[in-house]
Design a protein around this ligand. Structure first.
Ligand code: ADP
Ligand code: GN1
Ligand code: MG
Length: 363
């Protein structure tokens, strides 16, 4: 889809001529573009995003959350002598003062481009994953100081696995694009593990596990690491900051990062759960949290990893059955390939859950 990028960029408080604007990154939800703008004779990078307003129904409230969190982070980073333009997402405001613009094509936001850094799609060096654990752990700590009552709950029940399960059952029953017949093994896999779905939801609902403000989408490419040192610079993709459990945040990082293949690898022989990487991340995450983790949370971190993988697979399968309308897909069976990698990862984790628990208990 081509938009009038000149007109869009001119709505923001940014000077200079737009040199180019190309699709960028591997996010599955928003449309991300790299906008290059000439400033003082030099090309300067910016991130421009078309916000997925099919999913985010109230863009104004979503963007108010992001404004609050990024301003809070920037202040904290300045206090500790850091560089807020690199260590926090930084919004470019619109000329009318809002954190986004709206035009005939939808809603757009702009961010300062985080320079000399990369959002990893895969773990190349185990150290990168240790640093990711540290970064998300530190981010969780930072959020614990933030007044959560100001936040709007953007996507209620985002990690409510019971509801995700019900949604899968509805998609199976409706079978609107006639794909059910091709995925009976996948359907059986999920339906036979229904009891996983209530475990953490029930602990949160009963108050036995604390509800905290969490990131909720802690996959590897939602963090930026320094090109030179590999050290974590900044946590990005703040759309889903909401009440949740740290077991979800820990779990989603493990789901994505401990896969020896990619999330959409069609060849399942390449998809294995790497327990050494699990240990690497757990070490960083638990170290960063320090005393900010309760015993019941700690006990459920390994289960949370399996549950997030289970949940994500259910979501991919649901989307496949509903005709690929939620996640960005690039090929016909893309969501089905993703479903299968998540199933393989769950099966692997089931086999080593005792070892995973023992590892977490070490830290
Ligand atoms: P989505 O919600 O679709 O996942 P993200 O906000 O995660 O969108 O952005 C998609 C990708 O764009 C990221 O994985 C990262 O590679 C890149 N990106 C996003 N924001 C920035 C930024 N401020 N600086 C540099 N790269 C960014
Ligand atoms: C989406 O936005 P992105 O690509 O970082 C999704 C996550 C899934 C992930 C699977 C808002 O994350 O919940 O785990 O895809 N985000 C939303 O790759 O639904
Ligand atoms: Mg993302």
């Amino acid at each position: 889809m081509a938009y009038d990028f000149n007109e869009i960029v001119s709505g923001f408080k940014v000077d200079g001529k737009l040199l180019s604007c190309e699709r960028y990154g591997e996010g599955l939800i928003n449309e991300t573009y790299l906008a290059i703008i000439e400033q003082d004779g030099n090309p300067v990078n910016f991130i421009l995003q078309k916000i997925n307003n099919k999913l985010f129904k109230n863009v104004d409230k979503l963007m108010n959350n992001i404004r609050l969190v990024t301003e809070f982070n920037r202040k904290k980073i300045i206090e500790r002598g850091g560089n807020p333009d690199r260590e926090s997402l930084t919004l470019i405001y619109a000329k009318d003062g809002k954190p986004y613009i709206e035009n005939k094509d939808g809603f757009f936001r702009m961010y300062v481009f985080i320079t000399d850094a990369f959002a990893p799609e895969k773990i190349e060096k185990p150290e990168d994953f240790y640093f990711s654990g540290l970064a998300f752990g530190n981010f969780a700590k930072l959020l614990s100081e933030f007044d959560a009552t100001q936040l709007y709950e953007v996507l209620p029940n985002f990690h409510n696995t019971k509801i995700r399960y019900e949604n899968l059952v509805k998609a199976i029953d409706a079978d609107i694009v006639g794909r059910k017949k091709d995925v009976q093994a996948e359907i059986d896999f999920y339906l036979s593990r229904k009891d996983y779905c209530s475990k953490i939801v029930d602990l949160l609902e009963s108050g036995k596990m604390p509800t905290k403000v969490t990131h909720n989408d802690t996959k590897l490419n939602n963090i930026m690491l320094d090109n030179e040192t590999g050290k974590p610079i900044c946590v990005i993709d703040l759309d889903t900051i909401m009440p949740g459990s740290i077991c979800y945040d820990f779990g989603d990082s493990i789901r994505y990062g401990c896969n020896t293949g990619t999330e959409d690898e069609p060849d399942l022989s390449k998809v294995n759960f790497d327990i050494e990487l699990f240990e690497t991340y757990a070490k960083g995450y638990i170290e960063a949290l320090g005393d900010g983790v309760t015993e019941i949370e700690k006990q459920h971190l390994p289960f949370g990893a399996m549950l997030m993988t289970f949940e994500c697979g259910m979501r991919f399968l649901t989307d496949y059955l509903e005709g690929d309308t939620y996640f960005r897909t690039k090929r016909p069976n893309h969501n089905l390939d993703r479903t299968r990698t998540q199933m393989k990862m769950v099966s692997d984790m089931e086999k080593v859950m005792d070892k995973m628990n023992a590892i977490v208990n070490k830290y």
